[in-house]
Design a protein around this ligand. Structure first.
Ligand SMILES: [Zn+2]
Length: 263
């Protein structure tokens, strides 16, 4: 197995996974979506809300704000020794604003100076003159399998590694560069801009002159992964933690097999 990064966040991250199988690629994708813990707002105590939105609507919006996650300092509530929440299992964020103004995630004041909302520009509500919003939000560690608010990645997917071949007989390279929506071909003859960007749309095959001078195949043992993080965790950490989650599952399975295999 081999991993090669093509692009690394903060926006999109792309990497190639070689010498693997689609069952593993899909397990990795699912682990990235559902098994990597992050911090997200789970409980909101409203002290004053005279704006246009109900408490419930605001709480839903707050829950979807990505929070920078420090998994060395925070543990899930279920793994904490406290009873009613403590600084190890929850992060308190307070908000106290008065209109007229647009309230954004940047107005949330975190009790931990190291972490807070991943992006200060997420709109929460627009307050009119005299309207007030005072609340305390509690962020806790959770996983995407329990609720989407804890999902660290968006648009996480993969495809087989494309292999685009243009034979020597081909006489219309410029046309190929023109028709390809993924911009696989560079304008200069014989040069590729990004072969891995191919989406298997086959427009180059249809445009090829003479016909048959372009072939596109997929390498079924290699995968091009693409994902974006919501800013709660760096892309490398998402991947590492997803791999750890898979390892943990395999170890647990093995343990059960050994225990029951003896009977
Ligand atoms: Zn605790």
């Amino acid at each position: 197995m081999e991993v090669q990064f093509l692009e690394k966040g903060p926006g999109q991250t792309r990497f190639i996974l070689r010498d693997s199988h689609f069952s593993f690629a899909n397990s990795l994708r699912r682990a990235m979506v559902a098994e990597v813990p992050t911090l997200a707002i789970e409980e909101v105590n409203f002290y004053e809300n005279t704006g246009a939105l109900y408490d419930e609507q605001l709480a839903l919006r707050l829950g979807l704000i990505p929070i920078q996650t420090d998994l060395e300092s925070y543990v899930p509530r279920s793994k904490c020794t406290c009873e009613n929440g403590c600084p190890r299992c929850q992060l308190s964020l307070t908000l106290s604003v008065e209109g007229p103004r647009l309230v954004t995630s940047g107005d949330l004041v975190s009790s931990d100076p190291k972490i807070g909302p991943a992006d200060p520009r997420v709109p929460i509500i627009k307050l009119k003159e005299g309207q007030k919003l005072v609340l305390e939000a509690l962020a806790r560690v959770g996983c995407g399998r329990d609720h989407i608010r804890w999902q660290p990645v968006v648009a996480c997917g993969y495809k087989y590694l494309p292999r685009v071949k243009v034979s020597k007989e081909n006489a219309n390279w410029e046309r190929l560069a023109e028709v390809c929506p993924a911009r696989v071909f560079a304008p200069e003859k014989g040069k590729y801009r990004d072969e891995n960007a191919c989406t298997f749309c086959n427009l180059c095959i249809q445009a090829a002159s003479p016909p048959g001078s372009v072939t596109v195949t997929e390498d079924r043992s290699a995968f091009v992964f693409t994902f974006e993080t919501d800013g709660s965790l760096p892309p490398e950490e998402v991947l590492q933690r997803a791999a750890e989650a898979l390892k943990e599952k395999a170890t647990e399975f093995k343990k059960h097999l050994e225990a029951n295999g003896k009977a």
